[in-house]
Design a protein around this ligand. Sequence first.
Ligand SMILES: Nc1ncnc2c1ncn2[C@@H]1O[C@H](COP(=O)(O)OP(=O)(O)OP(=O)(O)O)[C@@H](O)[C@H]1O
Length: 311
Amino acid sequence: MTSVDSSTAPPAIRARQLTKNFGETAAVSGIDFDVRPHECFGLLGPNGAGKTTTVRMIHCFIPPTAGLLEVLGLDVRRQPSRIKARLGVCPQENNLDPDLNVWDNLRVFARYFDITGPDVEKRCEELLHFIGLYHRRKAAIEELSGGMKRRLMMIRSLLNKPELLILDEPTTGLDPQARHQIWETIIQVKRQGTSVVLTTHYMDEAEHLCDRLLIMDQGRIVQEGSPRQLVAKNVGRHVVEISSAEPPVVRALRDMHLSFEASATHCYVFTEDGVAAYRLLVDRFGEEHCLLRMANLEDVFLKVTGRDLRD
Ligand SMILES: Nc1ncnc2c1ncn2[C@@H]1O[C@H](COP(=O)(O)OP(=O)(O)OP(=O)(O)O)[C@@H](O)[C@H]1O
């Protein structure tokens, strides 16, 4: 495992008052953040929060409307080509070429980065071994599973040995096994010293992978910190889930002066002392309606955006 001292290095990304408007729509509204070198940084938020717009500005696909955005110390408006040469980007949609096999998809993409000759073969081989797909190098794209396509997309974005890898919803639509394989790949990429920025809808993914993250909503940052800090600050240690959000339940929780959020189907009571709260709530609503568990990022999300990703 590579040990890297990132305390004194300049940020991999610096955004100040970063803004993007599409006509009347304020997609990103004056956000400030730094991504430290070698960290995995997450952008979370509900649909339309501005995550994809933010990463698109980072990889110089669209220019900011206003504000400062530096990537690897370079200005996105003035030095986009130099930035792009040092980035890897894995977009949300699969854009592998269906007319080319696995190997040729990589080889052709390598040309964009001027990786040619014996170096191409070596790099493609190395990367296919890295994700365990070398034996499928002759396969047509349509023969691959969804998870394999995603992993191929990911190594394609590593061809140029990027210093910063951008992953837009890397595991959306994948089954649990494929998700875990992608997670393993991301962890290994990070261990090799690459900074990673990812967007996701999955709180467990953010909790598992991200050193720090932003929760965005309607173009603004609503929370920033490590997963553990965010849970401790917003929710506390424990949650008691109540399997109802009917008005009498909500009223009772209010009358009990408990800290809670309601989704369409459940109420979530946030507490430092789960056992005491659980006893109290079981007495009131019955054991079959109460579940005690550790607090997690999904609770933070519900609390700060008022939305439940599970619904
Ligand atoms: N090219 C565009 N033209 C006009 N409006 C856009 C464009 N791209 C994004 N938007 C709008 O900007 C806002 C932010 O969209 P964005 O795709 O960044 O959100 P997101 O957080 O990535 O959402 P999702 O999780 O659904 O991918 C939305 O209101 C969206 O409709």
